[in-house]
Write a protein that binds this ligand. Structure first.
Ligand code: AMP
Ligand code: MN
Ligand code: MN
Ligand code: MN
Length: 286
């Protein structure tokens, strides 16, 4: 059963439309995440774990208990012109068979990637990574964050960020290029599951304005309907730039903290308001 969206289109609602649980690389179990969202004043939360729907059922149960509106979501890793781009889907039918099948394939892809990352680390005289990340992730999606945790815990790096800068980021020694879902296909999966496709954190890709134009045209043509205008770390300048992009390409604006862990990340619901002269993405939810 999908959630009724009828009661959420009002100005008293405090939306956070992007966050993670232990179903991918967040620190909080779905029910604890929902509890924290309520404690922080969020009234409508989209749980958007990386390439998985697995946290949604637990989150929905807790949300019903606490009177929070849980919006179904996912953050798909996609490829466009050889760039990894994240697309958030919200309001999806989490029982849609095509999407469920896709997430199963993505888990296999992530497992294969994890093996390759671990091999590269072993070549750097860092053994045991695969066993450690598998243990930490359990049935959840294995992400590079799990590798960063492992590297930090075993004193191979001084900080979590250092793990990316030295080993895991693009171009570093344990980076593994991954054939993520084609952008068009990912948008199709979302829209066919009745969801709204949103380009996540558009300014993080460091695209030139020419490439940004090409991307947003392609995104729109493929059926994308929204763009994140306010994310957890957005500055007022960045919000202004993203608002212009949204208006130029007639995309609805979204806001989400991208919360992963208490203390280490921007807090749930701690967001600048969406600029008023922008169509809010929640108006597209059915
Ligand atoms: P994955 O989807 O497995 O490639 O892991 C991506 C996750 O790792 C992101 O959602 C972030 O949480 C984290 N991450 C990716 N790149 C970086 C980076 N350069 N610095 C810190 N964290 C990163
Ligand atoms: Mn993440
Ligand atoms: Mn992302
Ligand atoms: Mn995210």
């Amino acid at each position: 059963m999908q959630n009724s969206m009828a009661n959420i289109n009002n100005s008293l609602t405090n939306y956070d439309l992007h966050c993670h649980s232990t179903a991918s690389d967040g620190c909080l179990a779905p029910e604890d995440l929902v509890q924290r969202a309520v404690d922080k004043g969020v009234t409508a939360l989209a749980l958007t774990d990386h390439d998985t729907l697995n946290g949604l059922e637990e989150a929905q149960c807790k949300a019903t208990q606490l009177g929070l509106t849980l919006i179904t979501g996912i953050e798909l890793s996609t490829l466009w012109e050889n760039q990894c781009l994240h697309v958030v889907g919200i309001g999806i039918n989490r029982h849609h068979s095509q999407l469920i099948e896709a997430t199963k394939q993505l888990q296999l892809l992530r497992n294969e990637r994890a093996e390759k990352i671990a091999e590269k680390l072993a070549q750097k005289h860092i053994p045991g990574a695969l066993e450690a990340v598998k243990l930490a992730a359990g049935n959840s999606m294995i992400t590079r964050s799990h590798f960063a945790d492992f590297l930090f815990k075993h004193d191979h790096v001084r900080t979590h960020q250092d793990a990316f800068d030295r080993y895991l980021a693009k171009g570093k020694s344990a980076y593994v290029a991954t054939p993520w879902t084609d952008l068009n296909l990912a948008i199709q999966w979302i829209t066919q599951a009745d969801g709204v496709a949103i380009l996540a954190h558009p300014l993080r890709y460091k695209l030139t304005s020419k490439w940004m134009k090409r991307l947003l045209s392609a995104f729109k043509t493929a059926g994308g309907q929204g763009i994140e205008v306010v994310t957890g770390r957005s500055t007022p300048d960045e919000i202004r730039i993203a608002t212009n992009l949204a208006n130029t390409y007639d995309l609805a604006g979204s806001c989400g903290s991208d919360f992963h862990c208490p203390e280490q990340w921007v807090e749930l619901g701690r967001l600048h308001p969406l600029p008023a002269h922008l169509k809010p993405v929640w108006e597209l939810l059915r």
